[in-house]
Each structure stands twice: as C-alpha cells, then as structure tokens.
Design a protein around this ligand. Structure first.
Ligand code: AVI
Length: 319
C-alpha cells in the first residue's frame, strides 16, 4: 500500500521526496537511468547481503580473505594512535578484521547515510570492543566535508571496502578520492578495496547468479517505486539485464521492459517499448595500472597492495 506522505516523519518524508525527484527525472531522461543508491531500501539491503553469500559472487569472500591476511601490515603502515574512518560503513562487518589488528586505535568513525544502520552497528561494536572510542557520523560520504573534532590530532586512515568505488563512474571516483584526500589530510591514508578485471564469464556470472538473487535485487527497485511512489509496475513484465562491457571495463545493469506498456509513477505516465531499458548500476573493474592512475588523479599514491592468488580482487593502501 502506498503510505501517505503525512504519516511519515520528517526524515522519511525528505527521503521519499528525494526518491520521487530522482525517479521522475531518471525516467524522463535520455537514456533512462535511476541512481544505484535507491536500490538499498531495507529489502534491497537484505538482498545485497544475500548476494554477498552467493557462490558466483566472489568479491566479498575474496576481499575478506585478503583483509584477514593483510590486517597486521595495514596496522603497521597506519601506525599507532590513528583514527579509522569508514566511508559507507553499513553493518561494519569487514571493519572488525581491521579493528582486531589495530590495537591502539584512537577512534573509529563510521560514516553512513542510514542512522539506523549506524546506531545498531555502533552499539554492537561498543559491546565487543570495550574502551574503543566510536564517533559515528550520519551523512552521505560523497558530500561530507568535515569530521568530528575529537579526532583532530590523530592520523586519519580511511577505509572504503567492497569495491563500492566501482559503482562510481571514473570521474565520480576521482571526485570521491579528492574529497577523501582533503578529509584524511596530507599525512592520512586510505585502505581501498577494488574488484579487478578478469575473465568476462566470471564477471557475467557474478551478476547473473543461478538463484536469481541479483535479478530480485534489481527488480526490487520496481517494488520500491510501487510502494513509495504509487507506481504500477507489473514485475512479471520486466527483467534484470546485466552484462560485462569489456571495452569500458564495467558491468552494466538495467531493468528491461518485456513488452510495450504504459506505467504510472506518482502522477505521471511513462511509455516503455518492448526491449527498452532503464539503467540502474555500473560496476567498474580496474587493473593494477588503472588503480594506480585513479589513485594519482585523486591525490594519492599506492604504498602497498595485496591481491589474492587467483587475482580476483585488490586491497590497496593509498598514502
Ligand atoms: C555494492 N557493490 C560493490 C556491488 C557491486 O558488485 O558492484 C553491488 C551489486 N550489484 C549487483 N550485485 C552486486
């Protein structure tokens, strides 16, 4: 059922107005596209957690094993008494690997757009890491300018795992890195997880899993529009469409209309031709030279990098 705006608190109302604006602009644009961040409502976030467990989706497993192997060295490179700042911390699961290795951390600063996620994760961490100072910041790390004054004197080490940088276009990725550089200051560093270019079939399968969870994740955006924007998408008339664009080095994800149709979204009508697509995500993949070039454009250089034996994924320490 479509929940009337009046029944929502101020934050939820602003989020919904923001979603409405983005969807109407995205469906009205050429080519049609809706920003990937709207995939992550409560159900979308739960589906993404499921994706991370899929046999075809190697990034989470691989990055976790690299972090386990390199955490000691990360702690040594970071040095004593530093502050760890995580961009888009979510449930802070991978962070624990670093927290376990960084024994004399000054503070942990998780940044996330979801206040709920942040509070829950901070409460769990306070329970498990007695004495650790945790200073959560609610906000969009792509827009944030400053950090809590309590960490002013500590060396700042950023953490951006999961190859979330791959969901940004290369231009956006450079903007993110430049912003991170300013926030982490000249003596800071950034621990970054990046998915590597590889066999196209392996990449294709990771975004077209046999259980269809990634398809549900994409089509959940239609459910969200139905629920929150009074849209009337019939999910059986649209399909998940994901493929590897080798020339651009990126996975492209869309939902595709399986027939000619007219769909209501909010108070507007949109005509979809059979086969027409709406873009929902990019997932850029980099090779080592590409990571170095990106880092350099963002104001960093690679101090150390760790890659798994199958060369699927890289964790880099940028200074
Ligand atoms: C969050 N992000 C790094 C995932 C990726 O692999 O690009 C999002 C995702 N979309 C479909 N599967 C995974």
């Amino acid at each position: 059922m479509n929940v009337p705006l009046l029944a929502l608190d101020d934050g939820a109302r602003a989020d919904r107005a923001d979603f409405r604006r983005a969807v109407l602009a995205g469906l009205g644009g050429v080519p049609r596209a809706i920003p990937a961040k709207y995939l992550y409502d409560a159900r979308g976030s739960a589906l993404f957690d499921e994706i991370c467990e899929l046999p075809e989706y190697y990034p989470t497993r691989t990055e976790t094993s690299i972090l386990r192997a390199c955490a000691g060295e990360v702690a040594r490179l970071a040095g004593p008494g530093c502050a760890l700042i995580e961009f888009g911390s979510g449930s802070s699961v991978k962070t624990r690997i670093l927290l376990d290795a960084m024994h004399d951390l000054h503070a942990y600063v998780p940044i996330d757009i979801s206040r709920e996620h942040l509070d829950a994760a901070a409460a769990r961490l306070r329970n498990d890491y007695e004495g650790l100072q945790i200073d959560p910041v609610t906000g969009d790390y792509m827009q944030l300018e400053c950090l809590p004054p309590a960490i002013d004197r500590a060396r700042r080490i950023g953490f951006f795992p999961g190859s979330t940088i791959g969901n940004l276009t290369p231009e956006e990725a450079v903007l993110f890195l430049r912003r991170a550089r300013r926030m982490l200051r000249a003596d800071g560093a950034l621990v970054l997880g990046v998915d590597l270019r590889k066999d196209p079939k392996r990449l294709h399968d990771a975004y077209n899993d046999s259980a269809g969870v990634t398809a549900q994740f994409t089509l959940n955006l239609l459910r969200r529009m139905n629920r929150e924007l009074d849209a009337n998408f019939d999910l059986s008339t649209c399909a998940h469409d994901a493929f590897y664009n080798e020339a651009e080095g990126r996975i492209e994800i869309y939902f595709r209309s399986l027939r000619d149709q007219i769909v209501r979204v909010a108070d507007r009508r949109f005509v979809f031709a059979e086969g027409e697509r709406v873009h929902t995500e990019y997932s850029y993949k980099y090779d080592e030279a590409g990571i170095a070039a990106l880092a350099q454009k963002g104001g960093f250089s690679i101090e150390r990098s760790w890659i798994d034996p199958a060369r699927l994924f890289a964790v880099v320490f940028l200074k």
